[in-house]
Write a protein that binds this ligand. Sequence first.
Ligand code: ZN
Length: 218
Amino acid sequence: MAFSIQVENQTFQANRVFCIGRNYHKHVKELGNTIPDEPVVFMKPASCLVEPEKLLRHPPYGQNLQHEAEVVVLIGQRAEHIMEARARDCIAGLSLGLDLTLRDIQKNLKEKGLPWEKAKCFEQSAPLGNFTMLNDSINLDSISFECRVGPTLRQEGNTRHLIFPIPALIRFLSKHWILVPGDLIFTGTPEGVGPLLPGDEIILGSPQLGKFSWTMVG
Ligand code: ZN
């Protein structure tokens, strides 16, 4: 089933979900990875997306389901070989999302050099908030956001700390793929990733982008 995204009076059908790994220094360190010299890209199918306020079911496997709070970019126009100075024109809107990850499965797959789909692309692995249209008041390099689990603050981030900022990601992605309206970019997570348990309420918030929540069931 198609996933519709509303931005003001425009409707988009979610297309590809590009995810960027290792894009905040302190998160790279907390997982014991090395700083990449170009963006680390993987994709989730749009069928992984979940709108706000929904219940999230733990996948039927894995022992350590973790939240990764991220700023998400919605592409609004066809974009091929876009320079950073023009990247902003390609963006229809911004939101927050969760790149849910089965950390134990990911560790195992990484050690074996195998693809990450079982760790990253399970059902409901990409909860996604509602979108704010990109307007002049939003500075792409200064979006602050946080992730709470129940009352506990788990992650605090700001896009000023991105290793590859949003315009650089659009330049890089549009060099390798032809971006089209409905493509999404999960821009990477800051430090503080941690486990989710049944009953947990996960709340993503940003003064610029709004507040969205989901609840874990068994
Ligand atoms: Zn991530």
